[in-house]
Design a protein around this ligand. Structure first.
Ligand code: HEM
Length: 144
């Protein structure tokens, strides 16, 4: 199990206290789809993705993803249990490439850092990276 120091827990909680759970997930997902257009192939069922920012399904899905991350941030000691079903979905159904997860989490970090502002110190960044890497490990079943 991943160990979380008190400072890491506080850093992750502070980041999630500053993000906009309604919009920031959509923002990150839009960035992924624009910067790495080949990732659009996973979202064929979402319709026209020529301008992802104006696609309501992209925004709604981003909100769902960020809500899931927020929930996981409240269950740091049982992330595997919390994300178990999603792990099956992303690994078996979507056959997800780990590289794509990394690209998405980078977008999330950028969006979150702009919300946190000057308080986004190197230790906060490291704690957030550790959290998002842990989520990705579980979702693509690299977790021991
Ligand atoms: C932080 C990482 C991620 C989290 C927390 C996450 C979370 C979720 C959630 C909560 C769902 C809905 C599951 C359901 O309806 O049963 C979902 C579905 C899905 N995810 Fe992820 N996801 C992540 C990363 C990604 C990435 C990087 C991609 C692809 C670029 C992706 C592609 C999809 C697709 C295609 C679906 C199905 C969407 C649909 O048809 O409605 N996910 N994800």
């Amino acid at each position: 199990m991943v160990h979380w120091a008190a400072e890491e827990r506080a850093a992750i909680a502070s980041v999630f206290s500053k993000v906009d759970l309604e919009r920031d997930g959509g923002d990150a997902l839009v960035r992924l789809l624009v910067v790495h257009p080949h990732t659009q192939k996973f979202f064929n069922s979402f319709g026209d993705l020529s301008d992802p920012s104006s696609n309501a399904k992209v925004q709604a899905h981003g909100k769902e993803v960020l809500g899931t991350l927020n929930n996981a941030s409240h269950h740091l000691d049982d992330m595997k249990g919390t994300l178990h079903q999603l792990s099956d979905d992303h690994t078996n159904i979507l056959n997800m490439d780990p590289e794509i997860f990394k690209r998405f989490t980078k977008m999330l970090v950028i969006v979150m850092a702009t919300k946190v502002g000057p308080a986004f110190t190197p230790p906060v960044h490291v704690a957030l990276d550790k959290f998002l890497d842990s989520v990705a490990d579980i979702l693509i079943q690299r977790y021991p």
